[in-house]
Write a protein that binds this ligand. Sequence first.
Ligand code: C2E
Ligand code: MG
Ligand code: MG
Length: 537
Amino acid sequence: MPAARERLRSWFYRPWFLAMLAAALSATLLMAASLYIAMNQVEQNESREMNAQGERFLARLEQMFGQLRESLDDLEAQPLRTCNDEMIATLQQISFSYRFVYEAAFMEGNRICSNRPRQEGLAMIRPADLRGPTYSYWLNTTTEPDENRAALMLSRGNFRVATSRGHLTDMVDLSPGSSLMVVLDHGKRAIPVLGADQAWPPTEPWPPTSSDALQVTQTRLIYRMPTNNPEYQLVLITPRTAMHVPAVWWWLLPASLALGIFFGVLVFLLVRQRQSLDAELQGAIRRGELQVLYQPIFDLDSRNCVGAEALLRWRRPDGTLTSPDLFIPMAENTGQIRQMTDFVLQRLLEQLGQLLRANPQLYISVNLAACDVMVPRIGQVMARLLTLHRVAAKQIAFEVTERGLVDVVVARENLQSLRDVGHQVLIDDFGTGYCSLAYLQTLPVDCLKIDKAFIDALGHDAASSGVAPHIIHMAQALQLKVIAEGIEHEAQAAFLSSEGVKFGQGWLFAHALSAVQFIELITRGRRLAGRRMDDEA
Ligand code: C2E
Ligand code: MG
Ligand code: MG
């Protein structure tokens, strides 16, 4: 089992595998996303189109019903009640006056007289589909695809009028498979006015619980039109087209593939670069590519240098300087960080041992990684080096970050034993982690280093306060020393000093210096003679 896990792990270090995984994943994701967006767009267009079509139908139907009823009222109001030429002339007159009346007829027993004697279609004998107090309605009176045949017939007394199918379809192009239905009997029965009969009800339950005019099912769009008459409702049913993959997607497909390949190549290059960086870092100490620099720490009032922070630098064979922010996390992952911490301790005592012996108040602080805090090893290494170089333990301080205190019980024990022999313990980058006041009280700590981000927030004129004053007051309440990091402007130094901060480091005073420069700064008299020391390493 562990062997299988090991093999699986090893795959994740292979650039080709990772690149192909990244390419496949990103291409699939992009394709799925683009398909989803395209389908969504088609669906939205379809719904918009359906709404517009429904509204057009409704407007036309209301116009038509209005005219048919009015024409019947006119016929009923005139005195003629016999089938003769005068009646036919009246019927013709009615169909001229009302645009939507295609045929008008009068029934006299079995006789019928119509304005269209040759092609009259109003001799309908089936009972009315809908019978109101004044008018009766026949729907879908013909299934013939003749645009002139009646689609809708109304009667009042012995008069009948009908509109033609063309009057409905000239407005809206009803797509194949679509139907315009009139729904009767409170939703129980539906008769098509246009188009084929449809299975009824189109959704369960009917009427739908939602009051939206448009209902979208998997296969159909159903548009309910509001009518003034509670006896009937108009419903337009259309099959959906969104089931088809939209044409635009066939363009998105190669684009997604190309992007997937691009990501794959990017991952390949990044992994390769990281691996080569990893491999390069392996022998960096042995090849003498690592250097330790010292950034002086000053007393903000007297501007005397009281100590320094040891900072690692990695100068690669091609001359490039790699930031510790990049290689320290990598070394933490590979476990090389222990070797590096030992290197810093050893180098600093070799370089500055004499200076520290000559200046017993001077101290150097060293950054520790999380794994350094988890085992008592550092204390042992340090003790051996201090004896060898005859330097006091109080001259070496240790910086730990809040992130480094994951297992606080173990960390507390190890930090306490460092303090017990005389080292100082500092919390680095304070404020960027999760340390609370209550938590801080339980830690064996001497000093807080306020992170540069909070000092930056003080701005150039430092007038606006931010988080920094809170941290300062908190530290004061806990009787902890404070060091401000990353001071770049005089105003920041003045503000911090007025808030009671005693120590600070930053480019305002000095960059990280080589051992020679740092020794020169101290031996020259520790004071900054108004000139900033620069990083020439
Ligand atoms: P850190 O311990 O918070 O170190 C302070 C960083 O801020 C240093 O960056 C320093 O050069 C920079 N700095 C100081 N003053 C100013 C300023 O006024 N302006 C600006 N912009 N920056 C300023 P550096 O040397 O790049 O180190 C980055 C981080 O790498 C350190 O943050 C520390 O966490 C880590 N690191 C460096 N050396 C070591 C080491 O030997 N061991 C371990 N474990 N970590 C280290
Ligand atoms: Mg630090
Ligand atoms: Mg820091």
